[in-house]
Design a protein around this ligand. Sequence first.
Ligand code: MG
Ligand code: ZN
Length: 365
Amino acid sequence: MNKHVLLLLIAALFTPALFAGSPGEKKKKSKSPHPKNIILLIGDGMGAAQIYAGYTAQKGIMNITSMPVSGFSVTYSASDYITDSGAGGTALATGVKTNNYSIGVDANGKPVKSILEIAEQKGLSTGLVATSAITHATPASFIAHTSNRSKYADIAFDFLRTDIDVFIGGGYNHFARRADSLNLIDSLKARGYVIARNLKDVDVPTTQRLAALLDGEHMPRMSKGRGDMLPDATEMALKMLKRNKKGFFIMIEGSQIDWGGHDNDVQYIIDEMTDFDKAVGKALRFAANDGETLVIVTADHETGGFGITGGSLVTGEVQGAFLSKDHTSTMVPVFAFGPGSEKFCGVQDNTDIFKKSIELLGLNK
Ligand code: MG
Ligand code: ZN
């Protein structure tokens, strides 16, 4: 047997243990094929090569690739063969294809409801987590409505139009230091949000609503000291959201995989992929113990036309090359675990991920 095959077999044997929980932990079996909760994890700009770079760097052990169901998502937007993160996020959030640079509006500029807003209206708890500013295109697609994704001050204002329970990311300045001199931090406090600038300051048991704005703009990249912010935020948000008997919807984004692609920087991609995979591990562990949670992992588009031209599963080394400094049109992977996960296999449109999620949560009734 060749060494790589042996390694892969060993990885396959051990990978489920990454999220299956310790042997003593009690697992609830879901009787219903319908999940109560959905955790949607978006790796911005995460194509198959980005995932395989992370897989190689981790020497063949990865949470994402241990998920039992996989498929593809077709990502073109209403205006372009190659989507941006605004239209890509909006398709996943609302089930509607829109123009590039649009957020939560259709191709005519008319606001469309996101799965987060629908879930909130039906009494579920909701959350958003990102390693960018929380007002950046991907998280914004789930809560804001504008034809111009760079209107961060307007996007921040839209956070006050829903009853979102938990949001964690960068972007403090868009709430606190605004051209219109409104102080949205005070408005959030008045609505019962605990405002945090550091996750360590949050007392989870006594916190009902949380706005954790951990940086003025975007969070630093992994190599500049972000630490375990994303997996820690994931764990914290899930602890808070699971209190709702009706269920929850949360979107968690590995925002900077995309920026590694734009920079044509293999190490940036690997660092951000490894971090995102840790967050996926937290979600999978929660879902494995809970039994009523569907976990979906996908991307809004691929970035960089990234290809792996060499490497080693023994040393974890990855060599790459890039076709572009921008996004590409290639299909992106979809992975799923939990009740309803089988619906996500095969090739689907990015808007189908919204449609299937809404139906599985019973929010279409
Ligand atoms: Mg993004
Ligand atoms: Zn991008």
